[in-house]
Design a binder for this molecule. Structure first.
Ligand SMILES: [Zn+2]
Ligand SMILES: [Zn+2]
Length: 280
């Protein structure tokens, strides 16, 4: 049996081959449509390159595509990722900034390949680039290369043993701070939401700082969240006037994220996010 609608209708966090996902933008939309999604944000890391293809597929399949990106940040706040919704894929000055971020990603992955080789886990940069197929390079590509070479038992084990922060082959990224990421999205007319807040260190301290520069949403609904974490995010949203957002973080690789439409997102979310365009 195929094409069974098994998911929720809104998914505001998805990745394609244009960053570190496994499927082409069109195939991600096809799979989302088959699972019953009717509104999908394609939120590739540091890239809007997949939006046109996703939108074209969405028009055929009855899925509204919201152009988005996810910006990783580097700071003492842990893994603070910022989703930016309703940004313009044709915005050249934004693309310049995103290209800078992607180039930093590339240099970082090159350094990690060198470290892995020195540690006795030989992988070839050329193979890592092949796996990425031109998408924004990330650790998932390295994980797949390590798995293929038999250096780890599974894709996820690569993260646990070699690629996680403080692991032997880990290299810090150069990048934006969370405040800079929110500001960048706002400067380009987007609506920023803090992704998977469970990975942030010092969430309660960070949130007001981000709200001050224009944060509009918080990803309260997320597969890896406990009910307590979701409740905590919803309480923060109420206290700080943020829109609760949510999504699957689908990558199509390993166990990273849930399947498309796998996370409940309230139907009023889109309208609420749209009302935050052009203002903090
Ligand atoms: Zn993320
Ligand atoms: Zn993501």
């Amino acid at each position: 049996m195929d094409a069974i609608a098994a998911g929720y209708t809104i998914d505001l966090h998805t990745h394609s081959l244009r960053s570190d996902g496994a499927l082409s933008p069109a195939d991600v939309v096809k799979r989302a449509a088959a699972r019953g999604v009717t509104i999908q944000a394609l939120s590739d890391h540091d890239s809007l390159a997949g939006v046109a293809e996703a939108s074209a597929a969405g028009r055929d399949l009855g899925v509204r595509i919201i152009p988005a990106t996810e910006l990783n940040t580097e700071s003492e706040w842990g893994d603070a990722h910022v989703l930016g919704y309703f940004i313009d894929p044709a915005d050249g000055s934004l693309e310049d900034r995103l290209r800078w971020l992607r180039e930093n990603r590339g240099r970082r992955i090159e350094l990690m390949v060198e470290k892995l080789n020195a540690l006795g886990y030989p992988v070839e940069l050329a193979r890592v680039l092949e796996i990425a197929q031109g998408g924004a390079l990330g650790r998932p590509h390295l994980a797949q290369a390590l798995f293929e070479k038999g250096h780890v038992r599974s894709y996820d084990a690569a993260f646990d043993t070699l690629l996680a922060k403080d692991s032997p082959a880990y290299v810090e990224r150069v990048g934006l701070t969370p405040t800079e990421a929110v500001t960048l999205i706002r400067e380009h007319g987007g609506v920023p939401s803090l992704a998977h807040p469970g990975t942030v260190v010092g969430l309660d301290e960070l949130l007001p700082k981000l709200v001050a520069v224009g944060l509009a949403g918080i990803e309260a609904y997320y597969g890896a969240h406990s009910p307590e974490m979701t409740a905590r995010c919803l309480a923060s949203a109420r206290a700080l006037g943020l829109v609760p957002t949510g999504g699957s973080d689908f990558h199509g690789r390993g166990e990273h994220g849930t399947d498309l439409g796998g996370v409940f997102v309230p139907p009023e979310t889109i309208e609420r996010l749209e009302s935050r365009r052009g203002r903090a």
